[in-house]
Design a binder for this molecule. Sequence first.
Ligand code: SF4
Length: 109
Amino acid sequence: MSYLRCNVRTCSNNQNDLCIREGIQVDGPTADNKDDTCCNSFTQRAENYSNVVSRHTSAEPETAIQCDAVNCSYNKEYKCMAPSVDISGSAASTSRETRCSTFDCKKTL
Ligand code: SF4
């Protein structure tokens, strides 16, 4: 589990910069920089629609992260081992417009 901060407020899972999901999926199997990663659990918030689930669920700061970005130094067998993770993309309307800002490439480029 990682402490997850997320500024993607256009996502229906976002509640005060935390995520209401118990776990998220980060994508980026060939990524060698953070812009090639994204949060696959992004779900666009409908306009003028506050999240129905969030009214009944409190987001917890710790979130399990499954991650395909195998070139990241925090990736261990498709799980994120970073103590804290920042997901960004404040104006995202698709998952591809989000990114894991904590990505740390273990390859020497
Ligand atoms: S820090 Fe690395 S392993 Fe963790 S979610 Fe981001 S890209 Fe994946």
